[in-house]
Design a binder for this molecule. Structure first.
Ligand SMILES: NC(=O)c1ccc[n+]([C@@H]2O[C@H](COP(=O)([O-])OP(=O)(O)OC[C@H]3O[C@@H](n4cnc5c(N)ncnc54)[C@H](OP(=O)(O)O)[C@@H]3O)[C@@H](O)[C@H]2O)c1
Length: 264
């Protein structure tokens, strides 16, 4: 199937590693012009070189950006749209918040988590919207989490703030649908990235188990008996954001190997 992404301009935020990096790579494989943003310049440059080796694409750009800083987000959108002449698809990934129970968390941690998980998304969409409005295939894809549907133990911040991203996504889909702009979210669970390895390593240290034990334990919660891979995630994300599915908006797409058990 042709996803209609050839020469479309895509901005992937939080692209230096993990799910964001895999998604940026998949867009490039589909022939899109890809702008990649995150804080770690070296990681972004390495990724760009790697994608170039794989795809031969020269229509890529990396822009080191701290998504919690409004002026940096404005610079990002300005340079991205100036280089490629517009913007068709915005992917609003950013970092996950600290783990912890309610009693462990300070107000400063709540504020930082809100800046990272929620306000980075609001800021990116606010700044990119005038450009997206000019695209005939405009689409916004937020990354949320299965924890918005089903709280995960020891993840108070994620369980709370991911739900706000889902509410934002769903409401924006209603508000922007009349302009033909689609807004969807993808909700991953336990997809094997560096962040997940870090979380499970910390959990193993606390319990006196091993990383392999913790991976096996999480895998048992899925129907498929394993964790997901970033590449599998990226294929689902790119499909949902692409012009190939113009009637899909307001969709909260689970990517969880069957962890989420509710009927609807
Ligand atoms: N993997 C999963 O199974 C899973 C499940 C549920 C939810 N999620 C969520 O999905 C998102 C991606 O997951 P992941 O596993 O790929 O996480 P990850 O490996 O930690 O990657 C996060 C990305 O966001 C970037 N980032 C973090 N803070 C940033 C900031 N202030 N400004 C700009 N970029 C920033 C990081 O790059 P820099 O450090 O270079 O800035 C990195 O590229 C995370 O929010 C995660 O919590 C993941």
């Amino acid at each position: 199937m042709d996803l209609g992404l050839k020469d479309r301009v895509v901005l992937v935020a939080g692209a230096s590693r993990g799910l964001g990096a895999a998604t940026a790579r998949q867009f490039a494989r589909e022939g899109a012009k890809v702008v990649m943003a995150a804080r770690n310049r070296e990681a972004l440059v390495r990724l760009q070189e790697d994608i170039y080796r794989e795809t031969g694409s020269q229509s890529m750009m990396v822009l080191p950006t701290d998504l919690t800083q409004g002026d940096q987000v404005e610079t990002l959108i300005h340079h991205a749209t100036a280089r490629f002449g517009g913007l068709d698809i915005l992917v609003t990934n950013c970092g996950g918040p600290a783990t912890g129970h309610f009693v462990d968390l300070s107000m400063a941690q709540w504020q930082h988590a809100a800046d990272t998980v929620l306000f980075s998304v609001v800021r990116l969409i606010q700044t990119a919207l005038p450009h997206l409005r000019k695209s005939p295939v405009a689409s916004i894809l937020t990354f949320s989490s299965n924890s918005a549907r089903q709280p995960v133990e020891n993840m108070m911040l994620a369980n709370s703030l991911r739900l706000a991203v889902v509410g934002l996504t769903k409401t924006l889909a209603l508000e922007l649908g009349g302009e033909g702009i689609r807004v969807n979210s993808i909700l991953p669970a336990w997809t094997q990235t560096e962040r997940v390895t870090e979380i499970l390593t910390a959990r193993a240290a606390k319990k006196g188990s091993t990383l392999a034990d913790e991976i096996a334990h999480q895998a048992e919660e899925t129907s498929l008996g394993r964790l997901g891979t970033p590449e599998e995630f990226a294929r689902a994300a790119v499909f949902l954001a692409s012009p190939a599915v113009p009637f899909m908006t307001g969709v909260m797409l689970g990517f969880d190997g069957g962890i989420y058990k509710a009927t609807l």
